[in-house]
Design a protein around this ligand. Structure first.
Ligand code: ATP
Length: 273
């Protein structure tokens, strides 16, 4: 279990996150949603030990995060930050193997290489293995970095917008894999997503942040409501539910697309003339 107790983050006068109390369970996928600039990345960075806590504490399976033991703390974490820039002269396979960094001696073992290849295969990107990573597309880099964090065999998975550069097929592939492995391996998984429908589809629990504070926490079917979304994003939406009770969100336009209708009429008029 990952326990956050009164977690507060400040930089100078600016409060990024205020008084978070949460208990996140092993084997569950937790998805953080919330508007831009509301503290999601700061929270993940703090959980990775990259941003010092101003107040409060964090425990993973009973072990507290302490400033003097951050190297050991990070060894149990698969952290995928938002920025997937990779200006390295390494192949995709080599980047994935780096996920085993803490265990690598002077040379790679067959086991490390096999595990890296299997991770690439599981994500259907084995064909990228020998490509230099600086030549990969944004989405391909994102998949390679996901394969890298898988190889860490983490107890805690922290993923900051892991599908932001992915097409529909790869979004589903990554999320399906994350959810299956979270259950199977008993990880505590935390991912930031902006796509509310993807969040509703895959999250066991939603963590809703707004202005650095917890606005709601719980299963998507209980948490995602029209009022909450409107309050957070100031966008009109409808929230529907499918046959399994899973919510899905449809954004509503504030204005009718009158200009487009005008274009259609003009085109028809031209054709008819
Ligand atoms: N190192 C820093 N110094 C000063 N302000 C910072 C720093 N890091 C973050 N902030 C500010 O803290 C707030 C929260 O930022 P954060 O990146 O955590 O938001 P976010 O919810 O992840 O946003 P987004 O959805 O846009 O990625 C923002 O106002 C940001 O400008």
């Amino acid at each position: 279990m990952l326990e956050l107790h009164d977690l507060t983050l400040r930089i100078g006068e600016l409060t990024l996150v205020e008084g978070l109390n949460l208990q996140l369970h092993a084997g569950q996928l937790h998805v953080i949603i919330g508007p831009n600039g509301t503290g999601k990345t700061s929270l993940l960075r703090a959980l990775f030990g990259e941003l010092p806590l101003t107040r409060g504490g964090v425990r993973l399976h009973g072990t507290p995060m302490t400033p003097h033991a951050l190297t050991a703390w990070r060894q149990g974490i698969g952290y995928m930050p938002q920025n997937t820039q990779l200006d390295l002269d390494l192949s995709a396979l080599e980047v994935v193997v780096l996920g085993r960094l803490q265990r690598l001696s002077m040379r790679l073992s067959d086991d490390d290489l096999r595990a890296a290849l299997e991770a690439l295969q599981a994500l259907d990107i084995a064909h990228l293995a020998d490509r230099p990573v600086h030549t990969l597309s944004g989405g391909q880099r994102q998949m390679v970095l996901f394969a890298q964090v898988l190889l860490r065999q983490p107890r805690l998975m922290l993923l900051d917008e892991p599908v932001s550069a992915l097409d529909l097929k790869h979004q589903m592939q990554l999320m399906e894999h994350l959810q299956a492995q979270t259950t199977e391996q008993g990880w505590v998984s935390v991912a930031v997503l902006h796509d509310l429908n993807l969040a509703a589809q895959f999250a066991d629990q939603l963590i809703v942040l707004g202005d650095g504070r917890l606005q709601a926490f719980g299963p998507p079917a209980e948490v995602l409501s029209r009022d909450l979304i409107h309050r957070l994003y100031h966008v009109p939406v409808d929230v529907h539910h499918d046959r399994d009770g899973q919510p899905y969100v449809r954004t509503l336009r504030a204005t009718r697309p009158a200009a487009r209708e005008g274009v259609a009429h003009a085109v028809c008029g031209t054709t008819g003339a």
